[in-house]
Design a protein around this ligand. Sequence first.
Ligand code: SAM
Length: 247
Amino acid sequence: MTGRSGEAMEILKRLAEQLGEPLYSSQLAAFARYGELILEWNRRVNLTSVSDWDELQVRLFADSLALAPYVRQACAEAGDACRLIDIGTGAGIPGIPLKLVLPWIEVTLVEATGKKVTFLEAAIQALELSGVRAVHARAETLAHDAGYRGVFDVATARAVAPLPALLELCLPFCRPGGWGIFPKGAGVDGEVAGARRALEILGARLVAVEPVQIEALRGTTIVVVRLERPVPERYPRRPGMPAKRPL
Ligand code: SAM
């Protein structure tokens, strides 16, 4: 453990300000601790391709914070307990950074790889996060569990699948009126154009496709969709199908 302090988070501090999400020193310290844990575990468990401290602040943390204004807005109508699910969270991205900046939200982190879930449990404990749970499951299976289906205000996912497959994996977790909020990179226009049929079948509407306006995150675009009615019971299809044969 390198014992970095919140002061080692200068890059994140600056980018968070540019994003309109300034961080308190206690939040910067929590991000520093979380970053240390990621890099430490990454030596043993393949958590993320990011292995550099500066890159971690930009590509994992600031990229997640770019979602915060959208999540805050979506949660405003959910009242006190806003429930967010992060599908294919890996090392907890973007779910844990969002929890650190929006501490009142309840976060469910879903991850198919057991070793990553072990990391998530360790991180939840080390960061003393309440209202965060890690679930070892595939989205295709978990979305048919009554305790998870149609109950979330917000579903998010980063770097998991192209948009048509992502919508099938994520929207079944949302209540009607709930939101899908996804950071996307290059190729977003093609993904959005290819997602029209999935939106129609699943019962959702495209609300926004907005490039992030700060230089360091150039290329990141936020896609926002809203679920208008319950997702038909047969979706998501069996594991692997959403990616193999996108709607
Ligand atoms: N979201 C994290 C990030 O942005 O750093 C991790 C991205 S990583 C490229 C994709 C992750 O999604 C992997 O950890 C993988 O195990 C998980 N995953 C892929 N398909 C999944 C599914 N159907 N259900 C749950 N997890 C899934």
